[in-house]
Design a protein around this ligand. Structure first.
Ligand code: NAD
Length: 268
């Protein structure tokens, strides 16, 4: 796989058998990276992503791990290093929602979302940085020692009633990402967040599956379309490649303008 933007680099994408993670994994694979397709359930879907990436001529394996479990995350990195020699790129994508009115939210709903969306990103990023530091820079592959992309959300900025656990996890990712970027910049490790608006995936099906829901969603999006996983995939390739070498500690919003607050278009 020589001559492509991410040739000879190895990328782990968590939660890569669905939605945004799948789109990102396919884009990175198309750009030449060896791909680790992490999944927690539904191995058939993970294997389908592996086969699609192999059809581009890139290497890919599926690795099962629950990102909220330390031993499973460590094992996923060990399997990756065993298979491909190292890790160059981590996309911390796995996440879920457990929505509830705040006064009715159970501790279990709160804890699950924090454990997977936030602690999961900590555990995976820690293993990635350990591996980056062990390996050091390999100039033939990248001028950076390693790249981490955190899948955040417009909800690291926009409060979200009925989703306090989710919005809190994304607000936490902002500080996690920036603290890592600050701590490891001198080692040439770049850490950035992608902050999607509404992207058409299973996580937010109720927001787009009927015309009424879709039209209501569009009142929030000046660009007047829902996003698709390929939109995020293209940005992930840019952030993983040396094209973005001077970008670290950044939250990049990819939301059709959702964060310009369309509700104020008529004067507020
Ligand atoms: P999705 O439900 O299609 O995908 C989520 C993936 O995470 C699935 O593959 C799921 O199996 C995996 N996952 C869940 N728990 C896991 C665990 N413990 N270990 C490993 N994997 C686990 O939803 P999506 O929209 O593709 O979401 C992906 C990411 O994008 C999430 O972090 C989400 O918060 C974020 N996001 C999505 C949108 C959107 O509009 N779809 C907007 C902003 C942010």
């Amino acid at each position: 796989m020589a001559g492509k933007k991410l040739s000879n680099q190895t990328a782990i994408v968590t939660g890569a058998n669905s939605g945004i993670g799948e789109g990102v994994a396919i884009s990175l694979g198309e750009a030449g990276a060896n791909m680790v397709i992490n999944y927690v359930a539904n191995p058939d879907a993970a294997n389908a992503v592996v086969e699609k990436i192999k059809s581009f001529g890139s290497n890919a394996i599926a690795v099962q791990a629950d990102v909220s479990k330390e031993d499973q995350v460590i094992s996923m990195f060990q399997q990756t290093v065993q298979q491909f020699g190292t890790v160059d790129i981590l996309v911390n994508n796995a996440g879920l929602q457990r929505d509830a009115k705040f006064h009715e939210m159970t501790l279990a709903q709160w804890q699950l979302v924090i454990d997977i969306n936030l602690t999961g990103q900590f555990l995976c990023a820690r293993e990635a940085i350990r591996e980056f530091l062990r390996r050091g820079i390999v100039p033939e592959r990248s001028v950076a020692c390693g790249k981490i992309i955190c899948m955040s959300s417009v909800h690291e900025l926009i409060p979200w009633s009925g989703h306090a656990n989710y919005a809190t996890s994304k607000g936490g990712i902002k500080m996690l990402m920036q603290s890592m970027a600050q701590e490891y910049g001198r080692e040439k490790i770049r850490v950035n967040s992608i902050c999607p608006g509404a992207i058409k995936t299973p996580i937010n099906k109720t927001a787009w599956e009927t015309p009424e829901a879709y039209n209501s969603l569009m009142t929030l999006i000046p660009y007047d379309r829902i996003g698709v996983p390929e939109d995020i995939g293209k940005l992930a390739v840019f952030l993983a490649s040396d094209d973005s070498d001077y970008i670290t500690g950044a939250s990049i919003f990819i939301d059709g303008g959702m964060t310009v607050f369309e509700g104020f278009a008529t004067g507020g």
